[in-house]
Structures are given as C-alpha cells and as structure tokens.
Ligand binder design. Structure first.
Ligand code: DGJ
Length: 690
C-alpha cells in the first residue's frame, strides 16, 4: 500500500496490491483533467480519504458542519508517526479546529491493513459529524467485478458477482445491525480474472455491527473509489470541545490467490488477532442446542433426558435455548426478565447445570438482552426504555421491541440481571446472545440532542456489556446470533467467540450459506447444527450422514429432537461425532480451500489442510447428480509435493504431487450400492503424510 502526500497536503493512495518497491512516485497515476479548466479538481485521483470540502465529486468519507452552519473540511498535514506496525498520519483543519488522524495498522505476514480514522475537536465550538466512514480504497482505471454477500433470514451469505459500471453501486444496512440482507464484506477483481485459486482480488471486511454503507464509486475516467464505514443514514454526532470520535476498523487486503486466497487471509486475521484472546486457540466444543427439539416448552426433566442422550453421543456442551426464563411460554412474553422460570425449573437452574456437568459437558444458555416484550416486568416498570417515537405506537417485530442500549441505565439493568444468572446457579460455560428483530422507530424522545447518535451508541453499548461480561466471566464462551447470521461481522467477533450461521439448517441450502460465510469468516466461528428431517424450514429429507458431513465444515452442533431419534441413528451420530473430533484440528485450525463451490447439480468439495500440509480432510458433497456425468476430479491444495500420503479409511497411497496434480475422484455418482442414488451423496476422507 503506497501513500503519497501531495504538495497541497492531499493524501493519495496510488497503489495497493502487488509489492514492487517503495518509490511512491513510480506508482503515481497520470490523471489529466477532463477539461483544462478543471485542473483544480481531484476527480479520478486516488484519494486516501476524500472529505466533503475538497475539490472533488467523489463519494466522501467525512462530512462535518459547525453549529453556525459552515460546512466542509480541508486537511493540512501536521505529522506522521510510526509505532510498531502502525502508521498514524495527522491532519488538521485550522478553521474547524478539527484534528483528523488516519490510522494504518499493518499486518505484514497476512498482507492486511486495518484502517480507521480518529477525530478530535480541538476548538471551543461543538462540531456536528454527519458522516465518518472508515476508509476510501481507490483502484486505477480498469473494468472490475464486485463480489458481495446478500440474503435474508434463512438465506444469508449468498455470493453475488456483478460488473461495476460508471456510477455508484451501494450496499449496506440501515436495520440497526449488520444484517442478514447484506454482509459488511466485499471483494473486487479485474473482470475476467475469476478463479477460486488464482487472480488478483482486493477485499475488505468492516469491524462494525451496526448500520453500514459500502459504495463502489465508478469514476468518469474508469477509476474506482471504494468507500465503506458506519452508515450516514439518520446519523449525526455532536463532537464537543476536547471530545474524540473513532470510526470502526476496515480490514482490507490483496491476494493473488483468488477469492480463496483472500478468504484465508481474513480467516487468519480472525484467528490470530480479532477473536477474544482468551479463547482464540481453544477448540470449539461440539454442542447440543435444544431449540428445534423443545421450542419454548422447556422442562427440567426433558432437558436432563436430552442432556443424557447428548452426552452419550459425545457432545461437549449442552445449551438450553429460548424459554427457560421469565414468563416465556411463547414469543409474546418474557424478554427483559432474565430470571429462571420456576414452573419449568422448580428447583432453579442448578439442578440441570449440575447434571450437565456431572455428564462431563459444559452448560450454556440462550439470552436476547437487547430486546423486551411489552408483556414483561421490565417493560411494565420502564416502558420508555424501548425505542419509540414520541406519541406514536411502536411497531412490534416477533412481538418484541428493541431496548435503547444507548442509555446507560438500560445497560446497567440488563448487565446486572445477566450477571446474576451467570453467577447464582452454578457455572454457566456458554451464552448464546440472540437478536431477533430489526430496529424501526428508533426514537429517544427524552434525549433529543442524542437522537441521531443512538444507532452508534447502541452498538458501542452492546460491545461494552459484552466486554464487561467477558471480564467478569473469563471462562465464558459467547456465541453471536441474530435470528441466525444477522450479526456475524468482524466487529462482534472481537467480543464473541463464534456465530450461529443461519436458522436454515437444511443441509442442501446450508452448503451455499456456509460457502458464502466461509469467504469472510473462519471455520472456527461458523456453527452448524444437524437437525431433524423433514427439515423444519424446507421439508427436505437429507440422510443423517449427509447432514453431519455438512455440519462438520465448522463448529459441529446437534439441534434435533434426539429424544425421538432411533437407536441406530443415535449410534451413527455418536460415530460421526467421534469422526468430527478427529477432524476438528484440521477444520478449526487448518487452512480452508474450496475445491469446487456448491452447485445445484453435481459435486462440490472443500478441503481443510494443516498449516504444514502434512494432513488434510476432504469433504465431498452432491445434493443432486446428473445421470451419466463422469466423476469429477478434485485437485488437492497445499500438500507437501515430495511426500507420500495415505488415506486413513482404506489405506490407499498416493503422493502430495499426485494429489495436487491429478487430484482425487469425487466418486459420488457410481457408488456401487444395491440401490444407487445420484442424490445426497457425501464423503469425508482424511489423508496423512507417511
Ligand atoms: C433465533 C435463533 O436463531 C434460534 O436458533 C433460536 O435461538 C431462536 N431465536 C429462539 O427464539
């Protein structure tokens, strides 16, 4: 990444990509103005952080207004400082008395740079911040394709690729959370360079769990200006004298190993820098979650029975989902009252917790702390604690309202309830932190001056409460959930250890969802459950083994009603859990290569390989096959070419070179079964160097 300070103190970012030496001038683009009379305009130039007030029509990163109504920022360079791997460039606007510090944190081994901006008001007047994006990333004139992840509840992380044309293509969320609909991640590649394993890719992931905006700003000279950060929608922030405001980090990078190479850099970043340090390296336990089995009808005896069956299957963590607290017999009541429901647990939670621990498993519970049902003690006592517009009735979503986490009193009340639950019933090892409705009518009538700050203050408040819980209960693993993968961003992964990927547990749909998710996030933070058939969301019936093989791609969970499973299914499940535990170091701590992405018809495959290449697990799937189609070969990656390898299941031998050159046959078509079927085929094989 080359930065260049122009003679007028404009900061340029003329190059990010392949390394070719450090002479900045060599990279400077020759941009001639469209008309000689426009020589003073900066359009088409690769600006590192365009602000409203500079002579450009680009999508700006920064918009500031004074209380008197003056608008526009101009940068004067003040100083530069390098501290370890961080570069800070300080600018100032002497008229606004605004200090702007552009930060570049370099992760050299990972080819990543984390960018953010810090604003400080050095004057005596309050400044209104209307837009503070994290970074601009310019690319030189060319034809590009954009890759983004989109969806909705039950269909998160679908990969979309589209050509970028002149003009603006935007993505983002104004739903309060990073959202199911769009994920704060992007990749860009030159049109025509489209391989999984080859080709240049520029990419970024925003560490923010609230509203966000991404703009691909195609300039008139075919240059590209990408900007990303907190969404300016309904946002303004009063920055008083001496106050600071910091943007979230954008983690961005460049790879020449295609979209797969980009994904592995982001995985490593999460695994080595972003995830909470105390559990970063910890293998994520195989979990059981009771939601699809028992819904709200949670009872102590029935949970104990599920726990016994789960333990016999080899499960390591037993999680009671929704329904254990307050008057939570359905989704119309209880949220906000985080005390144990004594009809369901007459002796409190300790009875179940002790039994789960005695069975050798960790114990976890579900919570949804940012929400409240109108039918709850909390709401009856504090109706004003939920977002509401003055004199208007707030719209319910899933019969609930959103608590105003911008208010310190709300955070304190929720934190102390959670603290009590986590400390008064025995050791709780795990919390699933859910969030089941988007925010509407985000009003705080009692505090009009902070009204347009709530979107941001809420998210900062969420991080604060998560941080306090982590400090108070360092052993606790926390899972982020928002009706599935609605809040799965790099921001929340600083405070939580894993993510519930989607409420859609259909194994066929999951392949697409998990593929998209895995472009942005590590397998170590992707939780997948094996549930019952017919599938609750799609009615499809996939074989048990297929469901397990798909769920093995990240953190394995079981989410079916195992009280109803046959003895033979329970035995198969135990064997598959044992198999997963053998693979787990490769899946959770290895490198991931998609050998062939999921397709509607035909095989797909994914490989997890140890850092040193000495062992690999290959997972192959075919939801639907085409009669007569020949078996596809899948060439393995990242092995040691000169070494011999042995397939664990049958002792077949090969060499690293052969496995990488010729590959293995995805023999999912002609199975030799008595009743061969082309559909729902899967296999998992492990190869180890000998
Ligand atoms: C949505 C989650 O994604 C589900 O797994 C479950 O926890 C329900 N909420 C419970 O209400």
């Amino acid at each position: 990444m080359v930065l260049w300070l122009g003679p007028d103190d404009t900061l340029y970012l003329p190059h990010w990509g392949a390394s070719g030496g450090s002479v900045a001038e060599a990279y400077l683009p020759r941009v001639s103005p469209n008309r000689p009379s426009e020589a003073g305009f900066l359009d088409g130039q690769p600006l590192a952080y365009p602000a409203y007030g500079m002579s450009t029509f680009k999508e700006p990163c920064l918009v500031v207004q004074t209380e008197g109504g003056a608008r526009g920022v101009r940068f004067e360079f003040v100083s530069d400082a390098i501290d370890g791997d961080s570069l800070e460039l300080q600018f100032q606007d002497p008229l606004l008395h605004l200090q702007v510090t552009l930060r570049f944190r370099v992760y050299a081994v990972l080819d990543l740079v984390a960018r953010s901006v810090l604003l400080r008001n050095l004057g005596s007047q309050t400044l209104l911040l209307e837009r503070v994006l994290s970074a601009a990333l310019p690319l030189p004139p060319d034809q590009y394709d954009a890759l983004t992840l989109h969806g909705q509840w039950g269909r998160e992380f679908t990969l979309h690729q589209q050509p970028l044309h002149p003009g603006r293509l935007t993505s983002g969320s104004t739903r309060g959370l990073s959202s199911h609909e769009a994920h704060p991640w992007f990749a860009v590649r030159p049109r025509g360079e489209q391989a999984e394993h080859h080709g240049r890719v520029w990419f970024g992931s925003l560490a923010w769990s609230g509203n966000w905006l991404l703009v691909f700003d195609g300039e008139r000279n075919d240059a590209l200006n990408i900007v990303i950060g907190m969404h300016p929608f309904d946002f303004s922030w009063r920055l008083g004298p001496n106050e600071s405001f910091e943007s979230p980090e954008l983690v961005c990078g460049y790879s020449e190993a295609g979209i797969g190479g980009a994904s592995r850099l982001l995985h490593r970043f999460e695994e080595t820098h972003q995830l909470p340090a105390n559990h970063r390296e910890r293998p994520r336990p195989v979990l059981y979650n009771s939601w699809e089995a028992t819904g709200f009808d949670v009872q102590v005896d029935q949970q104990v029975e599920l726990a016994r069956r789960a333990a016999a299957m080899g499960v390591e963590l037993f999680v009671v989902d929704d329904g254990w607290f307050g008057a939570r017999d359905h989704d119309r009541a209880g949220l906000g009252d985080w005390t144990v429901n004594l009809q369901k647990f007459p002796n409190g939670l300790r009875e179940l917790i002790d039994e789960v621990h005695r069975l050798g498993m960790g114990f976890g519970i579900w919570v949804e702390p940012e929400m409240v049902n109108p039918d709850s003690e909390l709401f009856r006592a504090h109706p004003d604690w939920a977002y509401h517009a003055l004199d208007r009735t707030a719209t319910l979503g899933r019969n609930q309202l959103v608590l105003n986490f911008a208010r310190p009193a709300v955070r304190e009340a929720i934190y102390s309830q959670l603290h009590a639950v986590l400390s008064e019933h025995g050791r709780v090892d795990f919390v699933k932190w859910d969030h089941n409705r988007a925010w509407t009518e985000v009003g705080w009538p009692e505090q009009p001056t902070q009204q347009r700050e709530v979107w941001v203050r809420h998210v900062l408040g969420l991080y604060e409460v998560l941080g306090r819980l982590r400090a108070a209960f360092p052993h606790l693993l926390i899972e982020s959930c928002a009706g599935g993968g609605g809040r799965a961003d790099l921001g929340v992964l600083r405070w939580t250890d894993q993510v519930w990927t989607s409420d859609n547990t259909d194994a066929a749909d999951r392949l697409t969802i998990q593929y998209g998710y895995s472009l942005a996030h590590s397998p170590r933070v992707m939780v997948n459950w094996v549930t019952d058939v017919p599938n609750a969301q799609t009615g499809r019936v996939a074989p048990l083994e297929f469901r397990f093989h798909v769920a093995m791609q990240g953190v394995l969970g079981i989410g079916g009603d195992i009280a109803e499973w046959s003895a033979s299914d329970l035995a198969s499940a135990a064997a598959l859990v044992a198999q997963y535990k053998q693979l787990r170091p490769l899946v959770q701590h290895g490198r991931q290569y998609w050998l062939r992405p999921p397709a509607a018809i035909g095989p797909c495959g994914v490989q997890y390989v140890a850092e040193d290449g000495a062992a690999t697990a290959v997972m192959l799937y075919q939801v639907r096959g085409l009669r007569g189609a020949g078996a596809r070969r899948m060439r393995l990656r990242h092995l040691q070419a000169e070494r011999g390898y042995r397939r664990e299941a049958d002792g077949v031998k090969s060499t690293g070179a052969a496995l990488m050159a010729a590959g293995i046959t995805a023999d999912l078509v002609n199975t030799g079964d008595r009743h061969p079927t082309l559909d729902w085929r899967s296999s998992v094989q492990v190869w180890r160097a000998v």
